[in-house]
Design a protein around this ligand. Structure first.
Ligand code: PMP
Length: 353
């Protein structure tokens, strides 16, 4: 017997990556940063904790001002949320309905179909090409709200800004949402296009490059009118969606841009090195611009590799989905974590680098 409302009876929820506590794993399954949060973020959050008897600022004014400064946009062009998932969900609510389906790729962020179903709006899938790249032209005149993760997940492959600009231009009557959760690891951001196009929403997060996944902080940048629409939804669900410690941590992280930049550089360097090692072990790797690698072995199946790694204390993400079941998504961690990964894979594949 279930009391769940009829409208959610057939909803298949999103499956987050495991956060197991049974043993200590080398965690390469949820694309967290291997580096701790900035000291500024920690100090500001601790200071803010003294004010926890008060509600947080529903407008996130100071945080939006700091973001406006960082991204060179007006603060009224920014909305903050409980992770970028929050903003994406607002976008599905605000900009999709029976006449306006969500439009996204077959292989992309697994939350998009769930947001669609949760908001009870239809969606239309545009398959990636055989090499897992997006064909921009297929998104022209999409007749729906377009969602593109750039870089894409779990492939890590990115479109160029000029290719996305063509998609935006060719959808004058549709909102185009560019999910830039992983943009700081080597892709071109579309934020500079926000001033030019009223139909563009860019979403970003503090979870990856800024090492604040547990704080839950994301934001959207768009023309004021899109932000107003998103706020209509936000104020109807949870105006206090960003707690005051998180907001303070975000401001601290933004002040410490140098730390974020250094960490991104380290991750990009480690990505290159790990990618070379994986190729030597017989893996095919997509061209990733993100903090993860998407890898398929020439002889062993994806699930087998996943399970063998797990037994050896290394957690990666395996998706039992069409076209990608032979792949695993591997977060780029620290040099030490990657050395342990490669050692485990040498053991599993019986090869040596
Ligand atoms: N977009 C993509 C493509 C992601 O992989 C993730 C992380 N799971 C998110 C958005 C959401 O991240 P967060 O809610 O932590 O900002």
């Amino acid at each position: 017997m279930s009391f769940i409302s009829e409208k959610f009876r057939r909803l298949t929820p999103y499956t987050p990556g495991e956060q197991p506590k049974d043993r200590k794993y080398i965690k390469l399954n949820t694309n967290e940063s291997p580096y701790p949060p900035s000291e500024h973020a920690l100090t500001y959050a601790a200071e803010a904790a003294k004010e926890l008897m008060l509600y947080s600022d529903p407008q996130c004014t100071k945080l939006r001002e700091a973001l406006a400064d960082r991204y060179g946009v007006d603060k009224d062009c920014i909305i903050c949320g409980n992770g970028s998932d929050d903003i994406l969900n607002f976008a599905f609510s605000a900009f999709c309905d029976d006449k306006t389906p969500a439009v996204f790729a077959d292989i992309t962020y697994g939350f998009y179909p769930v947001f669609s179903e949760y908001n009870r709006t239809p969606y239309r899938i545009i398959p990636l090409k055989d090499d897992f790249t997006v064909c921009p032209k297929e998104y022209y005149n999409a007749d729906g709200t377009v969602f593109i993760a750039n870089p894409n997940a779990p492939t890590g492959i990115a479109l160029k800004r000029c290719e996305i600009e063509e998609i935006i231009k060719n959808n004058p009557d549709n909102v185009v949402v560019i999910d830039e959760a992983y943009v700081d690891f080597g892709a071109e951001s579309c934020v500079p296009l926000v001033k030019k196009y009223k139909n563009l929403l860019v979403t970003m997060t503090f979870s990856k490059s800024r090492s604040l996944a547990g704080a839950r902080l994301g934001f959207g940048i768009a023309d004021k009118s899109i932000i107003n629409d998103l706020n209509t939804v936000r104020y109807s669900i949870n105006p206090y969606n960003v707690n005051l410690m998180t907001s303070a941590a975000g401001i601290g992280a933004l002040e410490d841009q140098k730390y974020t930049d250094e960490n991104c550089k380290k991750i990009i360097k480690t990505r290159r090195k790990t990618s070379d090692s994986l190729k030597k072990l017989g893996f095919f790797i997509t061209d990733s611009c993100a903090n993860f690698l998407f890898a398929k072995h020439e002889s062993f199946g994806g699930e087998y590799i996943y399970e063998q790694l797990r037994e050896r204390g290394v957690l990666v993400r395996h998706f039992n989905a069409p076209r990608i079941a032979d792949f695993n998504r591997i977060t780029v961690g620290s040099e030490e974590q990657m050395a342990a990964l490669i050692k485990a894979l040498e053991d599993i594949t019986g090869r040596k680098i």
